[in-house]
Design a protein around this ligand. Structure first.
Ligand code: NAD
Length: 372
C-alpha cells in the first residue's frame, strides 16, 4: 500500500478512551475506503500515565509523538488527580506535548451544522463558519509570573499586602509566524482576517497590529478587520456569520474559542488542530475535556473527536477526499436525526419528533455507515 501514516493515539482519561476510540474506528474505516494505511499505536498520557508511571507525560509517549506523522488525543484529567501538585497534574501532559512538538498554531473551526440550527443558543445564528487561529506558545500564559510583598497603599490607606503578577510578552518572530498562518488560511477560505487584540490598552497588542499592518500588503486580496477583544465577544454573538478567520493571542484565543464553540451548539461537536512548522507532526483533539460527569456511560458525543480526524486528514496529511467523506457522513447522520444527549436537549417539538437518541457507539456506527 502506498500512503502510510504513523499515528500516535493517546486516549487519556474520562470520556477520552470513548471518544478517541470512536475517532480511531472512523479513521480506520475511511482509510480502507480511500486506500491509505494509518499505523496506529497507543500511548498513555494524563491521569492514567500518573497511575501507571508516576508522571503525566512519560518520555516514551513524547518521543513517539515527536516521531509520528500526527497525534490523535482524547482528553486528560479528572477529579481523581485534582489534589496532585500543579507541575505533576494530568493537564501538564498537554502543555508538554505542545512544547515538545513545537506546536504554536492552534486552529479551532466553529461551524454550525445546518441540521443543528435549533441546538445553538442564538435565536437567529445564520451560517456560522469561522476559524480561530490562536497563538499557543507565548503571551501571558508563559510570561514571567510571581508575587511579592508590597509596602504600597490603596488611596484610602489600606496596605496592598501581597501583589501577584503575570506578564504578557510576545516576540516579533512569534507574532509574525502566527499572523502568516492567519493570512494563509484566510486566502484558502473567504479571504477575511480579523485580528483580535486590546490595542487601546496593551503594548503587546499594538505590536501585533503594527506587524499585521506591515504584512497585509503581501496579501492584498485579504480584507483586514481589527477588533478589540471585548467588542469581538459582542460581535461573535450578534453577527457570527460575518467572521471568516480570527487570529489572536494565546489568552484571547482561549476565551473566544469557547464562546465561538458554544454558539454552534455543544463542546461535543468541536475539533481542534495544533500545528508547528510545515513537515512537523501535528496534534488533533476535541476542544472538550474528559467530562468526568458522563465518563463510562456512553453518553459522550464522539463528533468532536471524529471531526479532529477530519482536520488531520484535510489540513495535515493531504487526504482531502477522505476528509470530505467524514464531513458529509457527519452531516448526513445529523440530518437523519441521530443525537447524543448533549445535542438532543434543545429544540422545538417539531424537530424533536424526528430525533433518534443514540449513544457514543451508535453515533459512531451510523457515521461509519454513512461514509461514501
Ligand atoms: P469538560 O469539557 O470535560 O466538560 C464540560 C461539560 O461538557 C460537562 O458537562 C461535560 O459532560 C460536557 N461534555 C464535554 N465533552 C462532551 C462530549 N464529548 N459529549 C457530551 N458532553 C460533553 O470540561 P471540565 O468539566 O471543565 O473539565 C473536566 C476535566 O477535563 C478537568 O480535569 C479538566 O482539567 C480537563 N480538561 C482537559 C482538557 C484536555 O484534555 N484538552 C480540556 C479541558 C478540560
Amino acid at each position: 500500500m502506498g500512503r502510510t501514516y504513523n499515528i500516535v493515539s493517546i486516549p487519556g482519561d474520562g470520556i477520552g478512551p470513548e471518544t478517541n476510540g470512536a475517532a480511531v474506528r472512523v479513521l480506520e474505516a475511511v482509510a480502507e475506503k480511500y486506500g491509505f494505511e494509518p499505523r496506529i499505536t497507543e500511548y498513555k498520557a494524563g491521569g492514567c500515565a500518573i497511575d501507571a508511571f508516576g508522571v503525566p507525560l512519560p518520555g516514551e509517549t513524547l518521543h513517539a509523538a515527536q516521531d509520528s506523522d500526527a497525534v490523535l488525543l482524547g482528553a486528560v484529567g479528572g477529579p481523581r488527580w485534582d489534589m496532585i501538585e500543579a507541575e505533576r497534574r494530568p493537564e501538564q501532559a498537554i502543555l508538554g506535548l505542545r512544547q515538545g512538538m513545537h506546536l504554536y498554531a492552534n486552529l479551532r473551526p466553529a461551524t454550525l451544522q445546518k441540521e443543528l440550527g435549533d441546538v445553538s443558543p442564538l435565536k437567529d445564528p445564520g451560517d456560522i463558519d469561522l476559524l480561530i487561529v490562536r497563538e499557543l506558545t507565548g503571551g501571558i500564559y508563559f510570561g514571567k509570573q510571581g508575587s511579592y510583598k508590597s509596602s504600597e497603599k490603596l488611596f484610602d490607606g489600606t496596605r496592598k499586602g501581597v501583589i501577584a503578577f503575570d506578564t504578557e510578552t510576545y516576540s516579533e518572530a512569534e507574532i509574525t509566524r502566527i499572523l502568516r498562518r492567519g493570512f494563509e488560511f484566510a486566502m484558502k477560505r473567504r479571504k477575511k482576517l480579523t485580528l483580535v487584540d486590546k490595542a487601546n490598552v496593551l503594548n503587546t497588542s499594538r505590536f501585533w497590529r503594527k506587524i499585521a499592518q506591515d504584512l497585509a500588503p503581501e496579501y492584498p486580496e485579504v480584507e483586514m478587520e481589527y477588533l478589540y477583544v471585548d467588542n469581538c465577544s459582542m460581535q461573535l454573538v450578534s453577527r457570527p456569520s460575518t467572521f471568516d478567520v480570527i487570529v489572536t493571542s494565546n489568552m484571547f484565543g482561549d476565551i473566544l474559542s469557547d464562546l465561538a464553540g458554544q454558539i454552534t451548539g455543544s463542546v461535543g461537536l468541536l475539533p481542534s488542530a495544533s500545528l508547528g512548522n510545515p513537515g512537523m507532526p501535528g496534534l488533533f483533539e476535541p476542544i472538550h475535556g474528559s467530562a468526568p460527569d458522563i465518563a463510562g456511560q456512553k453518553k459522550a458525543n464522539p463528533i468532536a473527536s471524529i471531526l479532529s480526524v477530519q482536520l488531520m486528514l484535510k489540513l495535515h496529511l493531504g487526504e482531502k477526499d477522505a476528509a470530505e467523506s467524514i464531513s458529509q457522513a457527519v452531516r448526513k447522520t445529523l440530518a437523519e436525526g441521530a443525537r447524543t444527549p448533549d445535542i438532543a436537549v434543545h429544540g422545538d417539538e417539531g424537530s424533536k419528533s424526528k430525533i433518534i437518541l443514540v449513544n457514543t457507539d451508535e453515533m459512531t456506527d451510523r457515521i461509519i455507515a454513512n461514509l461514501e
